[in-house]
Design a protein around this ligand. Structure first.
Ligand SMILES: *Cc1c(COP(=O)(O)O)cnc(C)c1O
Length: 420
């Protein structure tokens, strides 16, 4: 970064010139704020969502009762189309908001295997998010399939050459994360999808760390299937329902394994046998979570208004600035950057490595900076572009520099709680 300067006034100038600066006030970041760099784990509450949830609970549920189902029944598809339009590059009718990422991954991975009869291999990478690896392990165990793991560099993400070596005509499905949860490494969706297709396999993408942070072009990249959560960059709240994407031309040929009544054609005919709905509706299961889905709509609209192009530009600037400050201030203390340095290969968070990362993360939280720890020795800092200021990055790194200089982090406990 040629113009990089270490004075706080430089960060203030960047904030003054930030076209998204006004969006911070759209979030309920009230009170004496900690410096929040963990929106990649749980996004903050948009003010509009607080109002919308009050309306859904008070008016639609409280007063409308069961009559409100007339308006609620279409919500999973409406929220999905909003995500598709503003954030993940999908034309209408291909995205639904439902269930959790874990469950949606199971549904789509099973559907993909069934669509490739005779093929018995699933390919993923050994640093994929735990739930992805576990779900795929479970499917492989249930069906007597092979789960083929490619080795991935913890800092640089999926290696396309290793993937090319791992796919052959026995592979039914390649299932990977678009942005790696630990390092933030950003995979080339179009190139990797093409590798899968070259071997006749389907590609299933996990967008948990990309949706709302980096541009995703599902239709344009040729992706077959995708899943993702809504409580990270999409700010829909803890446990809000996830989304799934099934490319339109694949929909008639796929059959997901959970045959629930919300996936049924003419659901209220209550017919004797399962007859899947045409289109994306087949991929629903049971009664959708309405309050959470309303929050997904508000999150998608808010980020859509900010614009994914502007969010990405700011995310690159914030993470680039964070890396520059880390090089300048923290490298002398043995802290290294464990995320890709090339902007186009990095998502919206930066991971730092240090043998005492756990104790440093605890000292940081005590000092008012909320990031998180990830095994084995990583500190994750996520400056989500919708509400993080450049001065937040400056202040956080300044505090971190103090912590490293005075060494008091060594007083923090080494015992880790259930949640890190
Ligand atoms: C956060 C995250 C999940 C979470 O899945 P849930 O079913 O919502 O618990 C899955 N995959 C990735 C890559 C994630 O980052």
């Amino acid at each position: 970064m040629t113009t990089f300067r270490t004075a706080r006034s430089y960060a203030e100038d960047l904030d003054a010139a930030d076209p998204l600066a006004g969006f911070r006030d759209r979030f309920a970041l009230d009170g004496p704020p900690p410096i929040y760099l963990d929106g990649n784990s749980l996004g903050p509450l948009p003010r509009v969502t607080r109002a919308r949830i009050a309306e859904v609970v008070g008016d639609e549920w409280g007063a409308g009762l069961v009559r409100s189902w007339h308006r609620w029944i279409g919500l999973p598809g409406e929220a999905g189309d909003l995500l598709g339009e503003h954030l993940i590059g999908a034309a209408p009718g291909q995205v639904a908001v439902c269930d959790s990422t874990t469950v949606n991954l199971y549904k789509l991975a099973c559907a993909a295997l069934d669509a490739r009869p005779g093929r018995t291999v699933i390919v993923t990478d050994d640093d994929n998010f735990p739930t992805d690896r576990y779900v795929l392990q479970g499917i492989a165990a249930q069906r007597g399939c092979e789960l083929r793991m490619i080795g991935t560099d913890l800092d640089q993400g999926v290696d396309e050459a290793a993937l090319r070596d791992a796919v052959d005509d026995a592979v039914a499905l390649v299932s990977l994360s678009h942005v790696a949860y630990r390092s933030g490494a950003l995979a080339d969706m179009a190139a990797i999808t093409a590798i899968a297709h070259g071997a006749g396999a389907l590609a299933l993408w996990d967008l948990c760390h990309s949706a709302g942070a980096v541009p995703v072009e599902l239709d344009a990249s040729g992706a077959d299937l995708a899943v993702g959560c809504t409580y990270k960059y999409l700010n829909a709240g803890p446990g809000a329902p996830a989304f799934l994407y099934v490319r339109r031309d694949l929909q008639p040929g796929l059959r997901q394994p959970v045959w629930g009544w919300f996936g049924q054609r003419q659901q209220f005919d209550m017919g004797p046998a399962y007859d899947p709905a045409p289109g994306i509706g087949q991929f629903l299961t049971g009664t959708p979570q309405i309050i959470g889905t309303a929050a997904v709509q508000e999150g998608a609209r808010l980020l859509g208004e900010a614009g994914i192009g502007r969010l990405r530009a700011k995310g690159v600037a914030l993470t680039g600035y964070l890396i520059a400050l880390a090089d300048e201030w923290l490298a002398p203390h043995g802290v290294t950057v464990a995320s890709p340095r090339r902007d186009e290969r990095r998502g919206s968070h930066v991971t730092l490595a240090h043998p005492e990362a756990w104790r440093i993360s605890q000292a940081l939280i005590r000092a008012g900076v909320i990031g998180d720890y990830r095994t084995p020795d990583r500190l994750r800092l996520g400056p989500a572009p919708a509400y993080t200021r450049f001065v937040d990055v400056w202040d956080a790194l300044d505090i971190l520099r103090d912590i490293m200089t005075d060494g008091t982090y060594m007083n923090a406990t080494v015992a880790r709680p259930v949640v890190t």
